[in-house]
Ligand binder design. Structure first.
Ligand code: FMN
Length: 239
């Protein structure tokens, strides 16, 4: 972890202790933390003003250096046919000009919702950098060979877990899952474990990408990119 980032975290912890715990009303205190990005100007520091994927890559690299746990975690929002939204965390496993990829069970609630309404929104929040990125767009399944290649890189226990979990369905006891894990392990023995047909990746094809950088006095910086016929349009939004 970069020294600046660990200093920042230590500062926040000291501030929280010094300011006292909130009472039963659970007052949430604002933390006046010094974060380097607060003094920067996003567009001025960007190497390519026209390329949100390049900017995402630069921010993601910084998040990987700064966030101690799961810098690739993001909230995935979907909505069902009745327009009821739901959200949950997923891990981003790949991204490029085509879009942003996560993997999941194709019989889960999110999968049902994506079948009914193949659109989604991803939201990253990198606390240590005080940055948020929101990505909205249409969703499609990745190609089978892409999913197979990714599945092959997972640890064996995670491969077994993918087979054993009937994600989002009702389960009587945790022991049911453990039995299924044992059955799956016995079934494959020492063989290579193939990707289950009910498990694959989704790619969110970005139509809108918004970068948000916290600034002093809530004068935060927001840059919105929208996909155009050729390339992207870019504009600033009030915070
Ligand atoms: C940090 C974090 C990362 C997660 N990553 C994934 C993931 O990549 N894929 C996945 O299917 N579930 C992931 N989960 C679990 C989901 O949040 C969720 O519980 C699960 O996918 C079932 O969601 P659903 O019922 O809405 O389909 C993750 C949870 C957390 C807290």
């Amino acid at each position: 972890m970069a020294a600046g980032v660990s200093d920042e975290i230590a500062f926040r912890h000291r501030f929280w202790r010094a300011s006292g715990r909130p009472g039963s009303g659970c007052l949430i205190r604002r933390l006046p933390s010094p974060i380097s990005g607060r003094d920067s100007n996003m567009l001025k520091t960007m190497s390519s003003k026209d390329d949100p994927i390049a900017l995402f890559r630069a921010w993601f690299d910084e998040a990987e250096a700064a966030e101690p746990v799961n810098p690739n975690a993001c909230a995935l929002a979907t909505a069902d046919a009745d327009r009821q939204p739901s959200s949950r965390m997923v891990l981003l496993k790949a991204f490029d000009e085509r879009g942003f990829v996560f993997y999941s069970n194709l019989e889960s609630r999110k999968a049902r919702e994506l079948e009914q309404n193949p659109r989604a929104s991803l939201c990253f929040y990198w606390k240590s950098l005080a940055r948020q990125v929101r990505i909205d767009g249409a969703v499609e399944l990745v190609a089978d060979d892409e999913a197979d290649a990714y599945f092959a890189t997972r640890d064996r226990d995670s491969q077994i877990g993918a087979w054993a979990s009937r994600q989002s369905r009702v389960m009587k006891t945790q022991f049911d899952l453990e039995k299924e894990v044992a059955r799956t392990a016995a079934r494959f023995g020492f063989d290579e474990i193939p990707r289950p047909a009910f498990w694959s990746g989704y790619r969110v094809r970005p139509e809108r990408i918004e970068f948000w950088q916290e600034k002093h006095f809530r004068l935060h910086e927001r840059i919105e990119y929208c996909a155009a016929d050729e390339g992207w349009t870019v504009r600033r939004l009030y915070p």
